[in-house]
Design a protein around this ligand. Structure first.
Ligand SMILES: [Zn+2]
Length: 299
């Protein structure tokens, strides 16, 4: 039986994740895959200029492991450059080291990496509330309108052990408090599940502002294939609807428009569209890293 791989700590996600040589047709193009931790090892050593010992410490791994990950990374890149192969950065086995946080009142603050490891924050330094959440590091939060990108993010989420999380709130839209509703705009309720250290500690129901209005007025007509939720009033509606879950990191829905999807992302709430029926099941899957984002359910 193979031992589960220990997670390597990563504090950066590259923004661009695919590189291809010019002039080589895709069908004959070979590809090398660089894991996120391989990219991180190279970043720490070759860009930040750290010694291997320091790099290993940053990634929470031994020096020989760091050396091995770094060597593998450089070998792959040399192979791609000299033999004309494409490079794809994705997957791996790592955890994110968060370094920025935001409290419920919107105060944001940064924590040096070393402090993050030795003494992760317990209170907001401005208002002393214990209700705060980590913000994703650079690169993880980029706007995501393409399935390709979302697969990458799903993969990243799947592999993440969210280090240093004190508190996490997951919202789901619902009509009955039990099942997940199909339409973000029309659902009357949010069910908000609070998770501490990976365990569900409470569940509450919140009224969702605006659903009467949206249920009565159908969406403005959109041409087939046109993405909806970008019309003049939509941004305001989405903002109103998101207000009561501003403390949540994740929103689970059975379906929603692209406009709502982008709007949630811009508020630092990760939208997930799923075909899972009940909220309990979806939360369980999410916490296990097994709740896929089915982008086809966006309209
Ligand atoms: Zn605060």
């Amino acid at each position: 039986m193979s031992r589960p791989l220990k997670c390597r700590r990563v504090s950066f996600l590259p923004g661009a994740t695919y590189f291809k040589p010019a002039g080589i047709p895709l069908r004959v193009l070979e590809e090398v895959r660089l894991s996120v931790e391989e990219a991180e090892a190279m970043r720490l050593k070759d860009i930040e200029g750290l010694e291997q010992e320091q790099g290993a410490e940053r990634m929470n791994i031994s020096r020989p492991t760091f050396q091995r990950v770094l060597a593998s990374s450089r070998r792959k890149i040399a192979d791609a450059l000299l033999n004309g192969k494409a490079i794809r950065i994705e997957g791996g086995s790592f955890e994110m080291a968060f370094s920025r946080f935001k409290c419920l009142s919107g105060h944001e603050w940064g924590v040096p990496f070393e402090t993050m490891i030795s003494a992760p924050p317990r209170l907001c330094p401005v208002c002393n509330t214990p209700d705060f959440m980590p913000l994703h590091p650079l690169g993880a939060e980029e706007s995501c309108a393409q399935t390709v990108l979302c697969r990458r993010q799903t993969k990243i989420r799947t592999k993440c052990r969210l280090g240093g999380i004190e508190l996490m709130k997951i919202a789901a839209i619902s009509e009955d408090g039990i099942t997940i509703s199909q339409h973000f705009g029309r659902a009357p309720l949010y069910v908000v599940v609070t998770v501490e250290d990976g365990k569900v500690v409470s569940k509450e129901t919140r009224a969702k502002a605006g659903h009467h209005t949206f249920a009565a007025n159908q969406h403005p007509d959109t041409a087939p294939g046109e993405r909806h939720g970008y019309d003049a009033g939509a941004q305001v509606r989405h903002a109103t609807m998101a207000q009561s879950i501003d403390d949540c990191q994740v929103l689970i829905a059975g379906g929603m428009g692209w406009g709502a999807y982008d709007s949630l992302k811009s508020r630092n709430i990760e939208p997930i569209v799923t075909d899972v029926e009940t909220i309990d099941e979806a939360v369980k899957l999410y916490l296990a890293g097994n709740l896929p984002n089915i982008m086809e359910r966006l309209h």
